[in-house]
Design a protein around this ligand. Structure first.
Ligand SMILES: [Zn+2]
Length: 161
């Protein structure tokens, strides 16, 4: 059996752009690959190209590093950098309950709706979910109390007898 001639990976890596109908494996493709956002066929193609090309692997590392930089803009980082202008959780809670000082309300609403601070919006959504959950459990307790009230009355009645 004769060995199948395979293209030399070094030669292919040196050619700056391979002609062909396929989408070039550029930074966007690599980022999607890292994010697991490529269709399976594409993902396999990128993987194969990565195996064949040291240059492409180096580019993948660059993309990975840049992605780490991008994560500096994540919610946690915004939180750490933005605390000075961000209202605190208690103030957001007061806003929800509509008991926040009017001046502060204006500021916080501006912060949320115009500046669109991602951290505070997430924080507010979280508080809202919590207060809705608490409200639901309060009304459940209320219903239970209502439905068991006659039992209590009967019990008290018996105690008096
Ligand atoms: Zn904020």
């Amino acid at each position: 059996m004769a060995e199948k001639p395979s293209p030399d990976p070094e030669t292919r890596a040196r050619s700056p752009r391979e002609p062909g109908p396929l989408r070039p494996i550029d930074e966007v493709a690599l980022r999607d690959y890292l994010a697991d956002a490529l269709p399976p066929g594409e993902s396999a193609r990128v993987e194969k190209a990565l195996r064949d090309s040291a240059e492409l692997r180096a580019r993948l590392e660059d993309v990975r590093r840049n992605r780490a930089d991008a994560q500096l803009h994540s919610l946690g980082a915004i939180w750490r950098r933005g605390r000075l202008t961000c209202p605190d959780r208690q103030q957001l809670g007061s806003l929800l309950l509509d008991v926040l000082d009017p001046d502060l309300t204006e500021y916080v609403q501006f912060h949320l709706e115009v500046i669109e601070c991602a951290y505070c919006r997430a924080n507010l959504a979280d508080l809202k979910a919590q207060s809705e959950a608490a409200g639901a459990s309060r009304s459940r307790q209320h219903r239970i109390l209502q439905s068991s009230r006659h039992l209590l009355r009967e019990k008290n009645q018996r105690a008096k007898d």
